[in-house]
Design a protein around this ligand. Structure first.
Ligand code: SF4
Ligand code: SF4
Length: 391
């Protein structure tokens, strides 16, 4: 929801005369008390977890308005995805408040957490992280606990990490164990299969992926081993152009993702009633239309905000900067219009804002056509903007 709409909605709600956007009204009308609504959305089973969930879930990451969560829940969305770090814990707190009086059997919830399994205090710190998430969520367990942003095979296979994830499951704090990754390397899926621990993989999956054949083959191997797959980054950054000025048609992107029966569900990060409506429109008619295919084909070779996370740039850069994550931060700001998330992402990298200073000519040639140095120069100064100025 943009600021103008949000303010107007809030003011009306406070006056007791809510004139909600069309999507919200539709959701409210179909609302049976506090239960799930009943506009049918196809379901699929998430690998050997046995969880049967709608093909459309909610990535709650950027949402800060519980009314949008309520509208999604009442429209038949039953799976919600958050993380320990989103909005400094406020995202989990919002979900905890929303779900505290809901029947636990009417929804499933996933959260994520990251800690370094090579650190001396890894075990107590990781357990404390999960306990904090459960306290914020006001829940005894989460349905899926993901190791967050596992972008290298060594970490994913670390025995100390695997032992802790198994403990979380044995203790009943996580019904199922998964990992998320932005780097979408087929090698990571194969490593996860080899551990025998991971039941779910949350992976970047969209029509622009250049390694789609290799990735689809790895996903197939994962499915045969009993893993379930959840798709994120389905809308390639939310904007059709590198400046972020024209919005992506999310319904077309989702229908493309659902063509793959090995993808159980997608978790688009809608933050407004309009975007929820767009996702529901797709979920209620999930087959790819010829018009979708034509639209996506037109975007296929155009530079958008989506970085493939192929990693080719890192070794080309004279300073070996963590460019893929910096490009993700750029996307969060210009595509998602979420500057605080962009800043948080860069702060985790200890970015100062002067990363390319003194570098006379950029040596990076991105196969997706990203002018990497320009994007770094545009986004890194955000780390020096006080957080209270950022939304
Ligand atoms: S910036 Fe380009 S080269 Fe670097 S990871 Fe992204 S797509 Fe690959
Ligand atoms: S300009 Fe920046 S991204 Fe390019 S090579 Fe230099 S330090 Fe690396």
């Amino acid at each position: 929801m943009n600021r103008r709409k949000f303010l107007s909605f809030s003011a009306l709600a406070g006056a007791g005369a809510v004139v909600a956007p069309q999507a919200a009204m539709a959701a409210v009308k179909s609302q049976p008390a506090e239960g799930n609504a009943k506009m049918p959305i196809a379901t699929r089973v998430l690998g050997r977890t046995g969880m049967e969930i709608p093909i459309l879930s909610m990535g709650v990451m950027r949402a800060d308005n519980p009314a949008v969560v309520r509208a999604a829940y009442n429209a038949g969305i039953t799976h919600f995805d958050t993380a320990h770090g989103y909005q400094n814990g406020k995202n989990e707190e919002m979900l905890g408040t929303f779900f505290k009086d809901k029947d636990r059997s009417t929804f499933t919830l996933a959260t994520k957490g990251k800690a370094d399994p090579r650190s001396a205090n890894f075990e107590p710190e990781y357990e404390s992280l999960l306990n904090t998430s459960l306290r914020r969520l006001q829940m005894d367990y989460v349905d899926i606990f993901y190791f967050h942003a596992a972008d290298d095979v060594e970490t994913l296979m670390n025995p100390r990490l695997l032992a802790m994830l198994k403990k979380f499951k044995d203790d009943g704090k996580a019904r199922h164990i998964g990992f998320s990754t932005h780097a979408h390397k087929p090698a990571q899926i194969d490593a996860a299969i080899a551990t025998g621990i991971f039941e779910v993989c949350l992976i970047s999956y969209n029509f622009k992926l250049k390694i789609l054949p290799e990735l689809d083959a790895a996903i197939q191997r994962g499915v045969e081993a009993g893993m379930g797959f959840v798709a994120m980054k389905t809308m390639v950054g939310g904007a059709e152009d590198a400046e972020g000025s024209k919005r992506i048609n999310g319904a077309s992107c989702l229908r493309w993702v659902w063509q793959n029966p090995n993808i159980t569900t997608a978790i688009p990060g809608f933050t407004s009633f309009d975007l929820l409506d767009n996702c529901l429109e797709a979920a209620h008619a999930p087959s790819l239309h010829p018009a979708d295919a034509k639209y996506l084909a037109g975007l296929q070779n155009r530079e958008t905000l989506y970085c493939q996370h192929c990693g080719n740039c890192v070794s080309q850069c004279v300073r070996h900067l963590p460019i893929p994550t910096m490009m993700r931060a750029y996307m969060y700001n210009f595509g998602y219009k979420h500057p605080s998330l962009s800043k948080e992402t860069l702060m985790e990298l200890a970015v100062t804002g002067n990363e390319c200073a003194g570098c006379r000519a950029c040596t990076v040639h991105c196969p997706s056509g990203f002018k990497v140095a320009e994007k770094i120069a545009a986004i890194t100064p955000i780390v020096n903007v006080p957080s209270y100025y950022l939304t």
